[in-house]
Structure formats: C-alpha cells, structure tokens
Write a protein that binds this ligand. Structure first.
Ligand code: MN
Ligand code: MN
Length: 366
C-alpha cells in the first residue's frame, strides 16, 4: 500500500468521510510537493473510496504537477474564495456533503475549520489527522534515510566552516553569517532552523540565539545547526574549546560527552525512549549536574526538525528500526557556560547509525 492508500484505509477504519491535510510538510509527505504557501491555502483532500485531490494557489498548480503528483490539482486565484471552490470540488467527488472530517487538530487554524463549517454546516471533526501523521512518519523508509544522510553531510560541512570561522573579536552573528553563506554557495538554500552559535555564558541559554557578542578566548563555543535536504532535515550540535576554557567548563564538557556517547551506544530495537533518557540523565546526575540538564534527551526528526518520538521520561514507546531521533544532552550553568552535544541517528536492526560524523571528542580552536 502506498501512503495515500494507507490513509484511505485509516479513513475506512475510523469511519471518516474525508481527510483535510493542511500542514505543508504533511502535504509534501503524500504528494512529493514541497511548498511554503504562507497565508494562501494549500490543502490535500483524501476520501475513503474516491481519488484524492490537491488544492493550491493557481501560481503553484504547475509546480505541484511537476513534483510528480498524478491525481487532480485544482488552483484558485487570489481574488477567489478558496473554500467555495474546495467545497465544489469535494461535492464533485462525493455527490453528498461529507459529515465526518479528519483534520489536523494540532495545527489546523481555527479560521480554516470555520471555513469548512461555513460550507459544510453538518461537519463533525472526528479522528485526529495530526495523530495519524505522527504515527505514519515514525518509521522512515530507506529512501528517506538516504536523504537525511545527505542533510547530515551538509551539517558536517557547516561545522567545519563554523570552527574555522572562530576568531577573537568576531561576533556570534558573524560566524552564523559565514556558515550560511558557505552553505548557500553549495546550493543549500534552507537551514532546518536558524543556525545557533553561542559563546561563553550566552551558551547557557539553550533557547537563546546568536547575539552581537564578540567571541572571546578561553571559552566554550556551542554550535547547533541543520539543513533541509529535499524536504528532510538534519540537526546536530557541537561545542568546541576556543583557547583554554576553565577547568569547570572542561569538566561539564566531559560529563555531557559521556552522557551523549553512553546513550547513543545504548540505542537498539526494544529499548524504550524513557530508558534512553534515563541513561544519559543518570550520567549527568551522578556527576552533580542533574539540575542543569533542563530538557528531554531528544526528539524525532524527518520532514520536520521536531517530531515523534520524544526521547523523554514517561515515554514508554519501544524503539524500532527506522525511527530517527536526536540524542542531545546539555548542561547549562547560568553565567558560566553551556554545553550541548547532539547527533541524530537512525535505528538499525541491532543498533543505530548517526547522520553526522564530526568528532565529538573536544576540539580545540586557536
Ligand atoms: Mn539541535
Ligand atoms: Mn535537536
């Protein structure tokens, strides 16, 4: 069964009359068409027993066909009411108004749900297409893993550029600019998220970003970056030593490294997500830094840079071959330093393989 047939099977199993897929990465998953329609309407409509159709802005109809989608593509012009047209196309397929709708409950804007209700006042929102997508995307095919390996190679290249760019007086933002410039020259037009370079104490703010702060010697410098390769993401972190960081900074690096290596080595089919988190957390807690490891161990990755499985306490999900996720322990001591070391991996029959290969032993940059 292909991806559309599996979704149709699920619609039959759950008694749904239609699935409305709105999220662009999910539309891409089914159609092979990668688009960022911004505020315009892009939607995939799938029925249990009729052919699906894709609905796009008129200016994207030809691109969607070129991407390999072989079913109908219908467009709309900016001055037209997209949901009026969508309703007409649906009724052409089904002859009667669908009642039971599967929508993405996590991400469908309320305004679009209201547009559905305007044209189909009897619509009921039943099975959750967001949950379906999470499960469908959990196990990657070998083709998907090949694309993610290429994204991983691009991340390794980005690290090599970033490490070379480190220089006293250069700001974190300037180092980011050099990394992204070199990526773009290689044809990587999209990162998977905004590239992070943080030096010294700024790295202790794991949801902060690169500032107009000049890098200074004898500090750790944290890099977290990733690329989008044909719709598939990479995500990796390395922390390097610029000059000779303090003993405290070097200590937390070694603890974080041990946690990362131990957890990554423990990945195999049959272990649970929670067990992996605990393996890494125990290393950091035993060393006395448990209170500074303030996030889960990892997250799934694929067509989006955060998806399932979540590698965290309380998640008893059993790890299986084909799952792809990050192992990224971090230790953040406010005002002192921050360390994060991250590889994303794919699970094999008896272990795992990383998508990124930049060494994790502490790298010294002068
Ligand atoms: Mn990351
Ligand atoms: Mn990550």
């Amino acid at each position: 069964m292909n991806k559309i047939e599996k979704l149709q099977q699920w619609l039959n199993d759950t008694g749904m009359d239609i699935a409305y897929i709105n999220e662009p990465t999910h539309v891409n998953y089914f159609t092979g068409y990668e688009s960022d329609p911004i505020e315009r309407v892009l939607g995939l409509f799938v029925f249990p027993d009729q052919d699906p159709f894709l609905f796009t802005p008129q200016l994207e109809v030809e691109s969607a066909k070129k991407a390999g989608w072989t079913y109908d593509v219908f467009g709309y012009l900016d001055h037209e009411d997209p949901f009026k047209l969508i309703a007409e196309h649906i009724l052409e397929k089904t002859n009667q108004a669908p009642i039971n709708w599967a929508i993405e409950k996590f991400s469908l804007p309320v305004s679009r749900m209201e547009s559905v209700l305007k044209h189909f006042p009897d619509a009921k929102f039943g099975a959750d297409a967001s949950e379906y997508m999470e499960k469908a995307k959990l196990i990657k095919s070998s083709d998907e893993i090949e694309l993610m390996k290429k994204a991983g190679d691009e991340a390794d290249f980005a690290f090599s550029v970033g490490f070379k760019a480190i220089q006293e007086g250069k700001t974190e933002q300037e180092v980011v600019a050099e990394i992204e410039y070199e990526l773009m020259k290689k044809g990587v037009m999209h990162t998977s998220f905004d590239t992070i370079v943080q030096g010294g104490a700024n790295a202790a703010n794991p949801h902060g970003g690169p500032e107009k702060i000049a890098l200074t010697k004898n500090e750790l410098v944290l890099f977290d970056l990733g690329t989008n390769h044909e719709g598939y993401m990479s995500d990796a972190s390395r922390t390097v030593a610029f000059g000779k960081p303090s003993q405290k900074a070097l200590d937390i690096y070694q603890v974080c490294l041990e946690a990362q290596l131990t957890a990554q080595a423990a990945i195999k089919p049959g272990i649970t997500a929670a067990e992996l988190d605990k393996i890494a957390r125990d290393v950091i807690t035993k060393a006395g830094y448990g209170e500074y490891f303030i996030h889960r161990l990892g997250h799934g990755i694929g067509m989006s840079d955060h998806e399932f499985p979540s590698i965290m306490e309380g998640n008893d999900l059993v790890i299986q071959p084909g799952m792809c996720f990050s192992i990224e322990p971090g230790i953040y001591i406010p005002g002192v330093a921050g360390v994060r070391i991250e590889d994303c991996v794919y699970v094999t029959e008896n272990g795992s393989e990383p998508f990124t290969h930049t060494p994790k032993e502490l790298t010294y940059v002068d």
